[in-house]
Design a protein around this ligand. Structure first.
Ligand code: GLN
Ligand code: ZN
Length: 764
């Protein structure tokens, strides 16, 4: 018998109960007890629905009110000192670590967040030092195991593994120089022992211990630690299955193969080709192999026939008793259920599987692999084959013109007409900008009035004409404001955009949208990624009318504002049937036409934002060059179709360029803006070190906080920048867009920014 397994489940609840309850708790409108009750209901629904769908290994302990890594740090007493001594309940201390706290005399910032591997989920980075005093403050795995048990449901608890926990963390500020979190392993293991033995005592037969760092190059440095840790833990623990996901193990499989554990889970959705090498490595061992056949990272229906083939291959080597059919990773990255989507056409709905539907797929795959004759299984299998065939038909009949256009891309399409040095002079003439030109990143405050107007339009309470008039007024006031305070390169403020990706997706062919497809980004923040379902093309101009209008009411240069191809792709659910490279290039061609149209409409600067360029980097270094090649080519394809006079801008929301520096240079944007206010001057030294040659605007103030930077602070930053970067390359701008800010602080901050730039001009 092949068993079925789900590695983890979305926490939000089918009706966003958790998001609402957590936010109500923060607002003081819900008590801690009530919050616990809502959470218990959501967990119960999850467990019972997984059981009803025939899943054998149902996860528990994976639920979280904020982030599972944060849960783990809190449970293990890895709580930075700054959160202690405020007289906060454990729950409030936990939330303070996640999101900061500024109330009742307590003022602590949030802990650092980082992207969880190559996903758009963010985890709260654990902080360690020599002082870290691990203790098991609570045992979430046991509590949830018992909670499910009381409902008559036997689960397989999930625990973040010790090596991944330490390696994903960072040295706290107070740690001694050179401190390595992994050095804490001997102190950490007793706590794991306690956790796991409590699980065993509670009756858990299995435990899923997540060690996702095993798909990274760096894991090979920790072989010794892996052996030490699991040799110590296995004897006191329920049977351990080590879970890896999001990538391939490569040689790290040899680390696992020597551990005294009972099972290994591998991701075959992301890395199907690893099956052979993993089978070879585990064959001589006793390990049970859990096959990640159902993709936890996307929303496409699984091709069950293909999954069954992989399963049969594993069975042929290991025997059915040693094989489990599973989701590739936790289903955290997928929405809860397709059932609530009533605006998708039946044809579209037939393509997808969200978390609950994926759970069903896992069951069917396991049943087929077990030789089940159950008519329900046979019917589900046949229905799946028919769906997949319909989808393949659809794919074959996609847009030929788009495909031919991608196939016909030649290297000269990626090159501007002249090199930067020449363009710079042409643009100087055309744009007539002062030294240290000032600009912003695009958005201005998205006020309540703007969101209300959009909501009214969607509910048809106001007409399109009325809405457009409203947006025009917004643009007028944003433009007038920028003129009044003396900014140099203006923007229209993006009031018409609901979201920087969705707005474009809605105006391109090839996308569909869900009503309830919420996916956790961090804490209580969820996004609803668009889905790319077919070849992407631009039915007509997208932003041109708005940019043209904005330019018509000012004599200063108006910057057009687009989201770049790589970012649109990374923040959408991509297709499964063609490569990301092809999808990115289709997007790039559509945007290229838009950039060309903007220039034709009299716009002299266009910004193409690529904040997601870096997060798209593959997990393994050997895969970087290929990605960076198509990613930079896509940007260039989008921006190189114009004359030398058009000033292209790009923007990146981060300050960590070490890994992608040459690619940034390679983009050949005339101006880039980057987040820099919080980083020290090391960042600019990186740019200097590599000889960055185009114009650059390192952000002079942090837009994530309502705090107004003083004029002097900005002057100091500019002065520090000028000590490193050539004066004629420096542009003055904030860190990022202003859409989440209020008007008051925006106005005050930008006035100080403009005055500081004027001061810099007066120095020369
Ligand atoms: N132009 C966008 C804005 O200003 C860029 C946002 C981003 O890069 N995240 O909002
Ligand atoms: Zn940004």
């Amino acid at each position: 018998m092949v068993a079925s397994s789900v590695l983890g489940f979305p926490r939000i609840g089918a009706n966003r109960e958790i998001k609402k309850a957590v936010e109500a708790y923060w607002a003081g409108k819900l008590s801690a007890d009530e919050l616990t009750k809502v959470a218990a209901e959501v967990k119960k629904t999850t467990w019972t629905s997984l059981k009803e769908r025939g899943v054998d290994f149902i996860p528990s302990g994976d639920f979280s009110l904020y982030d599972h890594v944060l849960d783990h740090s809190a449970a293990f007493n890895a709580i930075p000192k700054r959160y202690l001594g405020h007289n906060l309940s454990p729950l409030d201390t936990y939330f303070a670590m996640g999101r900061g706290r500024q109330a009742g005399g307590v003022d602590v910032p949030a802990s650092e967040m980082k992207k969880w591997f190559d996903s758009n989920y963010h985890f709260v980075v654990p902080e360690f030092s020599e002082e870290t005093d691990f203790k098991l403050l609570f045992n979430k795995a046991v509590e949830e195991f018992k909670e499910a048990q009381a409902l008559g449901i036997n689960t397989r608890p999930v625990v973040l593994g010790p090596i991944s926990f330490l390696v994903l963390g960072k040295a706290a500020k107070e740690a001694k120089p050179g401190f390595q979190p992994i050095s804490l392993l001997p102190k950490l293991l007793p706590v794991y022992k306690q956790l796991l033995s409590e699980l065993k005592a509670a009756g858990a037969e299995w435990v899923q211990v997540d060690e996702p760092i095993l798909v990274l190059d760096s894991a090979s440095n920790y072989e010794k630690e892996y052996v030490a840790a699991y040799t110590e833990l296995a004897p006191v623990s329920p049977k351990i299955v080590i879970a890896t996901y999001y990538g391939r193990l490569d040689s790290n499989v040899n680390i696992v193969a020597q551990l005294p554990v009972a099972g290994l889970h591998i991701d075959l959705a992301r890395a199907p080709a690893q099956l052979d090498s993993v089978l070879a490595a585990v064959k001589p061992t006793q390990l049970i192999l859990s096959l990640g056949l159902v993709n936890g990272r996307n929303i496409w229906k699984t091709d069950i026939e293909a999954a069954v083939k992989l399963g049969q291959k594993a069975i042929a080597t290991l025997g059915a008793e040693r094989v489990i059919a599973a989701t590739s990773s936790s289903l955290l990255h997928t929405p809860v259920t397709l059932a609530a989507e009533d605006r998708l056409t039946p044809e579209q709905k037939d393509w997808f599987a969200f978390a609950l539907e994926k759970a069903e797929e896992v069951h069917v795959i396991a049943a087929v692999l077990s030789g089940s004759q159950d008519p329900k299984v046979t019917a589900a299998y046949e229905a799946n084959k028919a769906s997949i065939a319909r989808r393949r038909d659809f794919e074959r009949n996609s847009d030929d013109a788009v495909r031919q256009r991608v196939a016909a891309i030649t290297p000269d399409l990626l090159k501007r007409k002249s090199p930067f040095a020449v363009r710079k002079e042409v643009q100087k003439q055309k744009l007539n900008l002062p030294k240290f030109p000032t600009t912003t990143i695009g958005s201005f405050p998205q006020t309540k009035e703007i969101r209300t107007a959009r909501a009214k339009l969607n509910k048809k309470e106001i007409s399109e004409t009325e809405y457009n008039e409203f947006i025009k007024k917004e643009i007028q006031s944003v433009v007038a404001f920028q003129e009044r305070i003396g900014l140099d390169v203006l923007v229209h403020g993006e009031p018409e955009r609901n979201d920087m990706v969705q707005y474009f997706g809605e105006r391109l062919n090839g996308f569909v949208f869900t009503q309830n497809g919420w996916v956790q980004s961090y804490g209580s923040r969820y996004v609803r990624p668009p889905i790319i379902v077919s070849d992407v093309s631009r039915p007509g101009p997208i932003t041109v009318e708005w940019s043209k209008y904005a330019q018509s009411i000012t004599n200063k240069p108006m910057k057009g504002m687009l989201t770049g191809p790589v970012t649109i792709l990374n923040w959408s659910f991509p297709r499964d049937d063609v490569s990301r490279e092809i999808q990115s290039k289709q997007l790039a061609l559509a945007l290229r036409d838009e950039v060309i149209d903007l220039e034709k409409a009299g716009i002299s600067a266009v910004q193409v934002d690529e904040p997601a360029l870096r997060e798209g980097l593959p997990l393994r270094k050997v895969d970087w060059p290929a990605y960076l090649d198509w990613a930079t080519s896509s940007f260039k394809l989008a921006t190189a179709g114009v004359t030398d006079a058009l000033q292209t801008h790009s923007h990146f929301c981060y300050s960590d360029f070490d890994d992608i520096f040459t690619s940034i240079q390679d983009l050949d944007a005339d101006v880039i803006s980057i987040e820099a206010s919080k980083s020290d001057m090391k960042l600019l030294n990186t740019f200097k070190h590599y000889g960055y040659s185009n114009q650059i605007g390192p952000g002079v103030y942090d837009i994530h906080s309502p705090r107004v930077p003083s004029e002097q602070e900005i002057k100091d930053r500019i002065a520090a920048m000028l000590a490193i970067l050539p004066a004629d390359l420096l542009v003055v701008n904030p860190d990022c867009g202003l859409k989440t800010r209020g008007w008051k602080e925006t106005e005050a901050s930008l006035v100080n920014l403009v005055n500081a730039a004027r001061w810099a001009r007066s120095l020369a």
